[in-house]
Design a binder for this molecule. Structure first.
Ligand code: NAP
Length: 331
């Protein structure tokens, strides 16, 4: 059969553009013995993919020009040449950016019984949700009742960081790029305080929102956000370094925070992490998160783009703030 897929036709310089991507037709053969054919239901676009569009050594290898892109996706098995996978099974895998694929089962996880729409398994109950969970509870070593600040608060990871922190009885502050997102955080997701980082100085907002300082700063953004948060940390505070989206489209290296020495006297812990460092907690995470979602304690927010032709727009939207919660492409 034939399917549509997206390739990178040139490396983006600065902000990615629609012309950097091309939609092509691909062949999806019948599965051989040991293989399965999957019809994708939805795919994920994620900020880390921007780094893979640059030719450089990183924790994941760069995408090659002309190759179909890869990334998280949820699909349904349509034909199976493998005894453990049957037609109709929902699977989670890394063959996104295409409508269908025939593959060996390596790296393909059966979802089994699901308690939420399939898209939740690339969002709140998937990689971004697990990033929030391990970043806050393991890396950030969150204690009940602490004061937490999360940047990128209205995004896939940030919405879950804030809600888990609330479940732990913490006071939660979030930053986002528009008044509408600030209203969502405060009115719908239970944040104690939120501010628009485009409106005034981040440091002033933080000093007003947390006059007694921050125990944990969950950093999704880097740059000015990190610099401002460093000024507001309490002694022995923790800063999980999750992402630095403010820098991903930089064409020149930018100076780091000029106040890192704050970490010395205050005994701060700044610790970078990648969610896969905590794969051993995947079952525990799924169990906890499915429980919180089905009991209504955690709300999943999604921004849905329809069809593979919108995949590039969905990806570019991550850098313009087009998404609220998880950006999903329905296929
Ligand atoms: N360490 C890991 O394993 C891991 C795993 C997943 C994600 N991450 C990182 O976590 C962060 C959030 O990822 P996500 O999947 O949840 O994405 P997301 O927040 O759903 O989408 C990106 C959001 O970032 C904000 N943003 C874009 N450019 C910005 C800028 N220059 N300054 C401030 N905010 C900006 C936008 O919201 P506004 O409208 O609020 O600006 C946008 O909606 C990213 O840095 C990502 O790389 C790390």
């Amino acid at each position: 059969m034939q399917a549509k897929a997206v390739t990178l036709c040139q490396r983006p310089v600065g902000m990615p553009k629609k012309e950097d991507f091309e939609v092509i037709d691909i062949d999806v053969p019948a599965p051989a013995d040991g293989e399965i054919q999957i019809q994708n239901v939805c795919m994920s676009v994620d900020p880390y993919m921007r780094g893979r569009m640059i030719e450089r050594k990183s924790y994941v290898p760069p995408f090659q020009i002309g190759e179909v892109l890869t990334g998280g996706a949820i699909g349904k098995v349509t034909k199976s040449g493998h005894p453990d996978y049957k037609e109709g099974d929902y699977v989670s895998h890394s063959w996104g950016w295409r409508e269908a694929v025939t593959t060996s089962v390596e790296g393909v996880q059966r979802l089994g019984e699901i308690v939420a729409p399939p898209s939740a398994y690339i969002g709140t109950i998937g990689m971004p949700g697990m990033t929030a969970y391990v970043g806050l509870l393991e890396v950030g070593a969150l204690q009940d009742g602490e004061t937490v600040f999360v940047s990128g608060a209205a995004g896939a990871v940030g919405t879950i960081v804030g809600q888990i922190a609330k479940l732990k009885g913490c006071r939660v502050i979030g930053s986002a790029g528009s008044a509408e997102k600030v209203a969502l955080l405060q009115d719908e997701l239970g944040f104690d305080h939120a501010f628009n980082y485009n409106d005034g100085h981040i440091l002033n907002h933080l000093r007003e929102a947390a006059p007694d300082g921050l125990d944990v700063y969950f950093d999704n953004v880097g740059a000015e956000h990190l610099q401002a948060a460093l000024m507001c940390m309490r002694p022995f505070g923790r800063i999980p370094l999750c992402g630095a989206i403010a820098t991903y489209n930089d064409t020149e290296p930018r100076p780091g925070p000029n106040n890192l020495s704050m970490a010395i006297g205050l005994g701060l812990t700044l610790r970078g992490f990648i969610v896969t460092h905590f794969n051993h907690l995947a079952d525990q995470f799924r169990n906890d998160m499915e429980g919180w979602v089905t009991s209504g304690q955690i709300t999943s927010k999604e921004t849905v783009f329809e069809g593979i032709d919108q995949a590039a727009d969905a990806f570019i939207g991550l850098f313009t703030g087009a998404n609220v919660g998880k950006a999903i492409v329905n296929l």
